[in-house]
Design a protein around this ligand. Structure first.
Ligand code: DP6
Length: 315
């Protein structure tokens, strides 16, 4: 039996679109921050009496379709057709745009690697984790992490090892399971969006600029690029054959609040993923002011304040 813990990550340069659906090879490199407060703890146990895999999430046994997804992932590690019981607990709402698939697959990969005694290093493990969920590639690593484009062997994740004072304040606008998954919407966008080519071109430039900004520990530059990159991702969705937007009225209110905070000299930038929640980038000096302002829109239980988190580990 092995238990592993992995933290969710929020992308500052987004992964949005696969060049290869089967191998999970992204069009562009992405860069994220792993977060302290959002994590998944997963226990994998082998049981010779099991006739099929079992998946229990937050205490609830999952149905066949959810279990099959994980079984396919377990196949990358399984020896001798042994079945496993997977028990996962998230510290936060599942599938609500808070990167539960990232921490989920990273924790599972870490646990399976240990349980089946493969002992792959994190770089190699990330190329397998990628095939569970792309963004999970980055959740194996702590702090700022990159997932680079490449082929099956070279599209791996790695940590940037940059320590800095950065805080994310998450405004949970809606924590129910979303109707349009990032997986399906990014596929539709690749196939349909008139802006997809432009997204790929600009995102490559944003990635290089963001790498520089992180190495320079320049939070204003990090925030500025993150904001633009996120909105460009959302713009690709608006240009689909049937336009789609994850941004809800409350998300927009928060976005406007962030702009007005900045006008008052408070360091705050926002980013959004495939969901209505807004993540505000700030530092420890400004975090209380950001939270205070956000309380005019959200209740305190819908505000999560988090710092950079550690790499995935066996616990
Ligand atoms: C908007 O990693 O959930 O959060 O690879 O199909 O599992 P799959 O997609 P997923 O997509 C994440 C998209 C994003 C941006 C990001 O995290 O980089």
């Amino acid at each position: 039996m092995t238990t592993a813990k992995a933290h969710a990550n929020i992308a500052l340069i987004k992964y949005w679109g696969k060049q290869d659906e089967k191998l999970f090879l992204p069009f562009t490199s992405s860069l994220s921050l792993t977060l302290d407060q959002l994590y998944t703890i997963t226990t994998v146990s082998r049981d010779p009496h099991l006739t099929e895999d079992v998946f229990v999430l937050n205490g609830i046994k999952q149905d066949e379709s959810e279990t099959i997804k994980l079984s396919k992932f377990v196949d990358f590690f399984r020896r001798n057709n042994e079945h496993v019981r997977i028990e996962s607990v998230n510290s936060f709402a599942t599938a609500a745009g808070l990167a539960s698939s990232a921490s989920g697959y990273a924790a599972l990969a870490k646990a399976l690697n240990h349980e089946f005694e493969w002992n792959y290093d994190d770089r190699h493990l990330s190329t397998i984790t990628r095939k569970g969920s792309g963004s999970a590639t980055r959740s194996l690593f702590g702090g700022f992490a990159v997932w680079q484009t490449g082929d099956d062997e070279t599209s791996f994740g790695y940590p940037l090892m940059v320590d800095m004072d950065i805080v994310m304040v998450i405004g949970v606008v809606d924590d129910t399971k979303k109707s349009h998954s990032s997986r399906s919407m990014m596929k539709t966008t690749v196939e349909q969006s008139a802006y997809f080519k432009a997204w790929v071109q600009q995102s490559e430039i944003d990635f290089k600029d963001m790498m520089e900004a992180v190495h320079d520990r320049d939070l204003i530059k990090i925030g500025t690029i993150a904001e633009r990159n996120a909105m460009m991702m959302h713009a690709t969705l608006l240009a689909n054959a049937v336009p789609y937007f994850y941004i809800q009225p409350k998300s927009l209110e928060i976005i406007q609040l962030v702009s007005s905070l900045r006008e008052q000299g408070i360091l705050a930038y926002y980013t959004m993923d495939a969901g209505p929640n807004v993540k505000i980038i700030t530092d420890s000096k400004h975090q209380a002011m950001v939270v205070n302002a956000l309380l005019s829109i959200l209740d305190s239980e819908n505000i999560i304040v988090t710092k950079p988190g550690p790499k995935a580990a066996i616990v």
